[in-house]
Design a protein around this ligand. Structure first.
Ligand code: SF4
Length: 747
């Protein structure tokens, strides 16, 4: 096979960098950043160059595995699906649909075909036990934005390229490359803020790489960001610096927020957060004085018991300083495939509750922190089977030790996954998807969170193994199997896929806001050609989106074919103000004071005098997580180049704490919480504030029955053995991964 160069968007993280991939004889010979990509301009991180290694990884499964007599053995696709049919049919017939749970892992957000297939699959399964990685670290933002803007995906992002002042909390984009704010080259973009005379301030318990490159690092006690944000809001009101400006007519409830934060005086908040009162006040004044400014919070703010409050207060500050929806502030991206938002009904959570703990549903799913309860507790609706799709909950969800133990006792486990890992080792059937380079790619999720309006489509670089279905086909086949469990259902996957397309076309021609309203559905279907169904679904979305060609109605509009003619992507320019059109609230305004958030603020105010102070006063330690540049949660550790060098799964501890606890640099510590205990090597560093221990997540490989040789050689320990699933953020059900009380002794 000849040498070839392909251009595609990296699917490994939210930064969506353009890659230039050289191939020969079906293998990657080199990957560089695509200098002609108008968004990433050649930026690449160490993970981006490993797509070839991931594709060629000998441990990556190419054929299904079925458990026979306790061993995983290779099977044909027909044998594997037949096993699913046989066992799922019996299980659902005996115990009902809620006996099957689904866990949707983070990589699905980087896979448009899965995004499109999972909804029909969940519908066909008719189970309420849907779980995902969203309730591990990001549901608070969805809930806060749903309540404020009417839509859980109406998430404003920091306009990094034009802001004069950036306040980051609980975010380390120099390691994560950004999250819920898509921007290739965060290092360059942050540096550019400073070069043009702006300032970057990082609030974090740890002097992270991002904090080291900032103008100011403000250490804060883990789990207390919401109080700091409320204190800044209170100061802005008290000093008459709250100035929503042009936003005033678009926002409801400012006075309610002013009243609700009135008790968060700088002194009161200082005692709780560890941030001195004068630092808090100067942050408030800087925010107010900057020509443009933006506050951005991420994992560290969301994965606490006040996660939704913190997510909301970030946006409260952007609103009351007049920085929402203006250049240099927090702005709404406008993905090319987006259609006008229409109010269907007010955003709601808690339309149903989990069986055991009564935790509220959000966006159609239940908190993953209660999945183990649902497996463990007998009774009608007990989870007896689990379908995982690109997820490794045994390593990445709270109280993972308990969950891991329960997986072994399930009656059926089916995993769509390329690896035999800590989770899938318990599977009865593993259905491996193609590698990332064998799939076409479009960022459905991240173009809606992007700091510039861009659009890219990447065709597959390599063909699939002979006879191997696409991931979309795997999921549709599972949906057809699930649908076949009902009396009148059609168990033919091809029919289900085309029926899904027909339904979407029918919706578009019926929608008065669609450019193809009233058109002939058959004509639209013909115009979509004979691509794979998932690409036709995507093309339909693009052509009926606000930049679409409307199937001829707007000749210079976009289509999938047009994106294919632009292999480096299309840049539609900087973000533009979008109020009120970005909103889906009943009032047509930004709802700044949703009653549930105002009520929850009282819980935080009550805590100001208690919890964090108690832990600190008792000399206790709290745990925080750590993001690492060379890992993507748990699944890139089987790439040699990403794990070489010193093992990085180590606990960071302040030298003062280490001295008090009798630990030396390099010693092994036993870290224990209410959930469990792990032994981990210690590295002493003054980059972590006293009273805090920091351990990275995504480790704990090499368990019996796994098949990831490289990862097993760099196993590390699973920090989620320590995270406590019994504690969640009450408004979103999100897991609490930061600020967990722990004890530490020499092992
Ligand atoms: S920053 Fe993210 S998108 Fe860019 S190359 Fe690295 S992993 Fe890929």
């Amino acid at each position: 096979m000849a040498k070839r160069v392909a251009f595609r968007t990296c699917p490994l993280c939210e930064a969506t960098c353009g890659l230039r991939i050289e191939t020969e004889n079906g293998h990657v010979t080199g990957i560089r950043g695509d200098v002609d990509d108008p968004f990433s301009k050649g930026f690449i991180c160490p993970k981006g160059s490993t797509l070839g290694a991931l594709h060629d990884d000998p441990d990556r499964l190419r054929r299904p595995l079925v458990r026979r007599d306790g061993e995983h053995v290779e099977a044909t696709w027909e044998e594997a699906f037949a096993e699913v049919v046989r066992r799922l049919t019996t299980l659902v017939a005996t115990h009902g649909p809620d006996a099957v749970a689904v866990y949707i892992g983070n990589p699905n957000a980087h896979n448009f075909a899965n995004t499109l297939a999972i909804r029909p699959l969940a519908k066909a399964l008719r189970t309420r036990n849907i779980y995902s990685a969203s309730t591990v670290d990001q549901m608070p933002k969805h809930v806060a934005c749903g309540l404020m803007y009417g839509h859980p995906f109406a998430i404003p992002v920091p306009d990094l390229d034009r802001t004069d002042f950036l306040l980051l909390l609980g975010a380390n984009p120099l390691e994560s490359n950004g999250s819920l704010a898509t921007a290739p080259d965060w290092p360059g973009r942050l540096e550019a803020i400073r070069r043009r005379g702006g300032r970057v301030v990082v609030v974090d318990p740890r002097r992270t790489r991002t904090a080291e490159r900032a103008d100011l690092h403000v250490p804060i006690r883990p789990g207390t960001d919401a109080a700091l944000l409320a204190g800044i809001a209170r100061t802005l009101f008290a000093e008459d610096l709250a100035a929503p400006g042009a936003l005033a007519d678009s926002v409801a409830g400012i006075e309610l927020v002013e009243r609700a934060v009135s008790g968060f005086t700088p002194e009161h908040v200082a005692a709780f957060t560890g941030v001195p009162a004068d630092t808090l006040v100067s942050l408030a004044r800087e925010l107010a004085a900057a020509p443009t400014a933006v506050v951005y919070g991420r994992v560290g703010t969301h994965t606490t018991v006040y996660g939704t409050l913190a997510a909301w207060l970030v946006d409260v500050l952007n609103v009351i300083t007049g920085n929402l929806d203006r250049p240099g502030g927090a702005m709404f991206a406008h993905a090319a495939h987006e259609r006008p938002r229409r109010l269907q009904r007010s955003f709601q959570t808690g339309r149903w509750h989990s069986r055991v703990r009564g935790l509220p549903e959000t966006m159609g799913e239940l908190p993953v922190a209660t999945l183990a309860d649902e497996m463990e507790t007998p009774g009608a609706g007990q989870v007896r089977a689990l379908l995982t799709i690109a997820g490794n909950p045994a390593l990445t969800t709270p109280d993972a030790g308990r969950l891991e133990g329960l997986l072994a006792g399930l009656e059926l486990m089916v995993c769509v996954d390329p690896y035999l890992n800590a989770t899938t080792r318990h599977a009865d059937v593993i259905l491996p998807p193609p590698s990332a380079l064998q799939k076409s790619h479009y960022d459905l999720a991240f173009t809606a969170l992007s700091v510039r309006n861009v659009s890219d489509f990447s065709p597959a670089v390599f063909e699939r193994e002979p006879g191997a279905p696409s991931e979309f086909e795997i999921l549709v086949r599972l949906a057809a199997i699930a649908a076949g469990l009902g009396a009148d259902a059609d168990p033919d996957p091809a029919a289900l896929a085309t029926a899904t397309l027909a339904t979407e076309i029918a919706k578009a021609v019926d929608d008065p806001t669609s450019p193809i309203h009233g058109r002939d559905a058959a004509e639209i279907e013909r115009a979509l050609g004979d691509r794979p169904v998932e690409e036709r679904l995507l093309d339909l979305m693009l052509r009926t989106g606000h930049r679409g060609d409307g199937f001829g109605a707007t000749p210079d509009g976009i289509s999938l074919a047009m994106l294919e003619r632009h292999p480096h992507g299309i840049d539609f320019g900087p973000l533009e103000p979008r109020l009120p059109n970005a909103l889906a609230t009943e009032s047509g305004k930004v709802e700044l004071a949703p009653p549930s958030l105002i009520a929850d603020l009282a819980r935080l105010e009550q805590a100001l005098d208690t919890s964090a102070l108690d832990t600190a006063a008792a000399g206790g330690m709290v745990l925080v997580g750590r993001r690492q540049l060379r890992t993507a949660n748990s699944w890139t550790q089987n790439v040699p180049v990403l794990v070489r060098g010193k093992d990085s799964c180590v606990a960071h501890l302040h030298p003062d704490d280490a001295g008090r606890l009798g630990l030396e640099d390099g010693a092994t510590a036993r870290v224990s919480s209410a959930a469990g205990s792990i032994d981990v090597p210690v590295v002493l560093t003054d980059a972590i504030m006293p009273g805090v221990v920091c351990i990275p997540y995504g480790w704990g490989h090499g368990l019996p029955g796994t098949r990831q040789a490289v990862a097993a050689g760099h196993a590390g320990v699973n920090v989620n053995v320590l995270t406590d699933a019994s504690v969640v953020d009450p408004l979103s059900g999100n897991a609490v991964l930061n600020g967990i009380p722990v004890t530490i002794v020499p092992a």
